[in-house]
Design a protein around this ligand. Structure first.
Ligand code: MIC
Ligand code: SF4
Length: 643
């Protein structure tokens, strides 16, 4: 039996377990990346492990999220990360150099290697044939220290692309189609592998748009073959030596098979407030819009922005529309400025933002009240834009630019003559915003600089024999990490300060939650299906930990968040009988007697609802390693104890 691409890379990197679907495997990690909003915690955790220098082939820290500096906090965090990197062998990408995933794709990604990143869109690297997985900061810290990264061996889904995209239809429309087919929970426990003759019609950045947004499927990762197009891209980045060919064996076996006919695709939009709420632009055509934002790690490549510049050239943005554009990297921005495309955008009335996440994470550009905003981003969760009643639609750069000019949803296929950007033979390479770490001889002389807002990782304690706790919150299906631990310009500067940030935990759903949880002392959160979808932010586990949450009992979990809960020492429990969800109300007193013994001996735990007198059974399916982590009170304690 032959292997798929993902299986080939896993086979090369497996250090524990076997490639049996559904079982736990440990992978050797070649590269790591962090960004600043998750990075401070990851480096505090790395420091706590006491490893002097990273053991990976390449670790890079990016500053791209918290670039709005309205107080000292973000600047202090940048300085902390810069000095910690210098000391411990990590490359540092300065603010202004670009969004982590875009820069990593350009400068560091390698086909056939493994990458984990403390950001859920790390799978962007799948566009170049790298097995790239989003993880919590603590998992990244462990990998930097040379430890393995553990996942459940996923099912592999083959998405076969047939034919070729019509003019003005975009890679974004392909992934929106996949989201329509699979939904935001359809990828959980799966790797999405792209194949078929349509693959060779897509450039590496187009492939990266697709693998980037595979995060929205809940997938472990997504991956493309590495072929001549990949070689060309690497060559143009001055890195041809990093190329290897990677393709699936003819007789590779897949668990699911989806076929998408590219010729039949039309421009699509993900409508408020979920990336899988898909409608054709043709259906929305003519509706008035207020804002257009172009950029983010999904759609800010050179080719994307050249297309946007072409559409805007010689025209003017509609008077009722605010158009902002954030090029994904310094490389992209410099190239646009040198070839005149930037001038075309500015002349048309675009507001040019720095190369960073910006509006995608609510760092500025919040739309007007109830404003309709078209964005080339990957997430449109409620409130994420910073405007609670903002109506965010996720679209392609082509749709975004065409609509910015007309002031209404506009189908870009009406734009006339096709336009195809030629990929440059040579990208402009200037890595002067990437700072190398100190040498082994010099590293001991580096002082790590900390600001007053940087607080230690919250204390965790070994598991007790029994848990007595009340229900402090009951929430619905599809709760995102943006509900649990909101982001945005006001809250993000608190990412290094768990006591302070926890005051905002779940306030999108219930402003009283932090106070209530603290008053209750120990508590349990009850939720629905796909709990914790979205970001990799471990703050969505660390803030509840700080507020005394001992367990989260839900219908089902999103992968990264579940791992973060375990790493934080919070028990992830799933209803065996989904209808038992109705048997718990806010403030009910719950008892998990002999929980430690139940966890050690099996997969089921018993919850006594003291308020109603009913007993509920829940699954707690943990591998032996995860059980040990839970018993120790989290991964940090476990790592310290196990060296
Ligand atoms: C996001 O897109 O939600 C973020 C902000 O990049 C997060 C990371 C974070 O919360 O810091 C992610 O995707 O993991
Ligand atoms: Fe940044 Fe947005 Fe990408 Fe997250 S999704 S890494 S916030 S650009």
């Amino acid at each position: 039996m032959g292997y798929s691409i993902a299986e080939k890379i896993i086979k090369e990197h497996i250090v524990s377990g076997e490639m049996i679907k559904g079982t736990d495997i440990g992978l050797r990690i070649d590269q790591t990346l962090t960004q600043d909003a998750t990075g401070t915690m990851a480096y505090l955790e790395f420091e706590a492990m006491g490893v002097p220098r990273v053991k990976t082939e390449r670790s890079v820290a990016y500053i791209d999220h918290n670039t709005l500096q309205t107080g000292f906090e973000n600047a202090d965090d940048h300085r902390f990360i810069q000095t910690v990197c210098k000391k411990h062998g990590i490359y540092f990408s300065r603010p202004g150099n670009g969004i982590c995933h875009q820069v990593h794709l350009e400068r560091f990604s390698k086909p056939g290697k493994t990458l984990i990143g403390s950001d859920s869109h790390t799978p962007t690297g799948g566009g170049i044939g790298m097995l790239s997985i989003g993880a919590g900061g603590l998992d990244v810290a462990v990998a930097m220290g040379g430890g393995a990264y553990y996942i459940t061996m996923p099912n592999i889904v083959k998405v076969e692309l047939k034919g070729e995209l019509k003019p003005w239809v975009s890679a974004k429309d392909i992934i929106l189609k996949v989201l329509e087919i699979m939904s935001v929970k359809g990828g959980v426990g799966k790797i999405i592998e792209y194949a078929g003759e349509g693959v060779k019609t897509l450039s590496v950045p187009q492939r990266a748009t697709i693998t980037n947004m595979g995060a929205e499927l809940g997938a472990t990762t997504s991956i493309f073959p590495s072929d001549e197009t990949t070689r060309e891209f690497l060559k143009a980045q001055g890195r041809e030596e990093d190329y290897i060919e990677l393709k699936a064996d003819e007789d590779a076996v897949y668990d699911e098979h989806i076929v998408i006919d590219l010729d039949e695709l039309e421009p699509l939009a993900a409508c408020p407030h979920s990336p899988d709420n898909i409608k054709p632009i043709a259906e929305l055509k003519g509706q008035k819009i207020d804002q257009v934002c172009i950029g983010s790690c999904t759609n800010s490549s050179y080719a994307d922005l050249m297309t946007v510049a072409h559409i805007l050239k010689g025209k003017t943005v509609h008077p009722d529309v605010s158009l902002s554009i954030a090029p994904g990297s310094k490389q992209v921005l410099t190239m646009l400025s040198e070839n005149g495309a930037l001038a075309d955008m500015i002349a048309a009335g675009a507001r040019i933002l720095e190369s960073a996440c910006g509006p995608c994470i609510g760092m500025g550009q919040s739309p007007n009240s109830a404003g309709i905003s078209l964005r080339t981003f990957n997430r449109n969760f409620l409130g994420r834009s910073g405007t609670k009643d903002g109506q965010i639609y996720l679209v392609s750069p082509e749709t975004a630019a065409a609509s910015a000019l007309t002031g209404v949803f506009t189908d870009p296929t009406t734009l006339g003559d096709p336009y195809k950007v030629e990929m440059p033979e040579q990208f402009l390479i200037n890595d002067n915003m990437i700072i190398e770490p100190a040498s082994v001889e010099e590293m001991d002389n580096i002082n790590v600089l900390r600001g007053p807002n940087i607080k230690e990782f919250p204390a965790t304690y070994p598991m007790e024999d029994s848990i007595k706790a009340s229900c402090s919150l009951k929430v619905e299906d599809n709760i995102t990490t943006d509900h649990i631990m909101p982001a945005g310009a006001k809250i993000l500067p608190l990412r290094s300060n768990i006591p302070a940030i926890s005051q905002h935990c779940f306030t999108v759903c219930d402003t009283q939650f932090p106070e209530r949880a603290k008053t209750l002392g120990s508590s349990i959160i009850v939720g629905g299906a796909n709990y914790g979808q979205g970001s990799s932010r471990e703050h969505a586990a660390l803030a509840p930990l700080y507020l005394g949450v001992k367990a989260v009992l839900v219908k089902s979990f999103a992968r990264i968040h579940r791992a973060n809960l375990i790493n934080a020492g919070i028990l992830p429990l799933e209803f065996i009988n989904e209808s038992d969800y109705d048997k718990i109300s806010l403030f009910d007193e719950l008892e998990l007697n002999d929980i430690k013994a139940e966890i050690l001996n099996g997969d089921t735990v018993t919850i006594l609802n003291k308020t109603t007198g009913e007993t509920i059974k829940a699954k707690c399916e943990l591998t032996q390693r995860q059980k040990d982590i839970a018993i120790c009170g989290g991964l940090l304690n476990y790592t310290k104890m196990n060296g």
